[in-house]
Design a protein around this ligand. Structure first.
Ligand code: GSH
Length: 211
């Protein structure tokens, strides 16, 4: 069986989530970089017609949309399942993944982390107004993640699920920008979870260089 291929930059939160799912399943993969600014151009546009990363390929089967890719990986490869069998935990995992797509990625990754951390590296101005406007929603996302996690070890239940792998890259970066410091401190259980996640082998082998 061929190694899966992930297309996208290692630093992208969604790319990282896909690679974490592969690493959690113990599946070696190839990463083909799509540098910033190239995602809406060929050849990436043929892989992901909406001009985003990641795209994925396995045994000639092409797929895009992070949630679909992560579910493919979990269903398609052996090793410990990353989706709970308990109905309520399964639903909670799905809900959290939906929150990432609908609210957390845009508030935290696109509107705070990107302008604060990445824009200066690309010679772009830091959009302070966008950052400030996104903070309340970012805080709400954290409050909800902390509420769902409660006293559990991971966000949807006692084991790592796809929800943890989607939330992790976003909070990893958020904890590293000034706007993330006090919201993260308000939720010590999230800080402890972040440290637990950072200790996992899957994180170590996929961690983007320079972060
Ligand atoms: N719905 C897509 C979203 C992917 C996405 O937004 N990726 C970001 C990088 S983390 C991206 O490609 N941004 C570039 C852009 O919006 O132009 C998925 O789930 O894969």
């Amino acid at each position: 069986m061929a190694r899966p291929i992930v297309y996208g930059p290692a630093g992208s939160t969604y790319v990282w989530s896909v690679r974490l799912a592969l690493a959690e399943k113990g599946v070696a993969h190839d990463l083909i970089d799509v540098p910033f600014g190239e995602q809406a151009k060929e050849p990436q546009l043929s892989r992901q017609p909406f001009g985003k990363v990641p795209a994925f390929e396995h045994d000639g089967f092409a797929l895009y949309e992070t949630q679909a890719i992560m579910r493919y990986i979990d269903e398609g490869f052996a090793a410990t399942p990353l989706q709970p069998t308990d109905l309520h935990e399964f639903a909670r995992m799905n809900q959290i993944m939906g929150i990432v797509d609908a609210y957390a990625w845009s508030a935290i990754a696109a509107n705070i982390v990107f302008p604060r951390l990445a824009a200066p590296r690309f010679g772009l101005p830091v959009d302070e107004a966008t950052i400030a406007a996104a903070v309340p929603r970012a805080k709400l996302c954290l409050a909800e993640f902390a509420r769902f996690m409660g006293e559990q070890s991971f966000i949807a239940n006692e084991q790592v699920t796809l929800a943890d792998l989607m939330v992790f890259p976003i909070l990893f970066y958020f904890a590293r920008v000034p706007e993330g410091q006090s919201p993260m401190a308000e939720h010590p259980t999230l800080g402890a979870w972040l440290r637990r996640m950072e200790g996992r082998q899957s994180v170590n082998v996929t961690r983007p260089s320079g972060v």
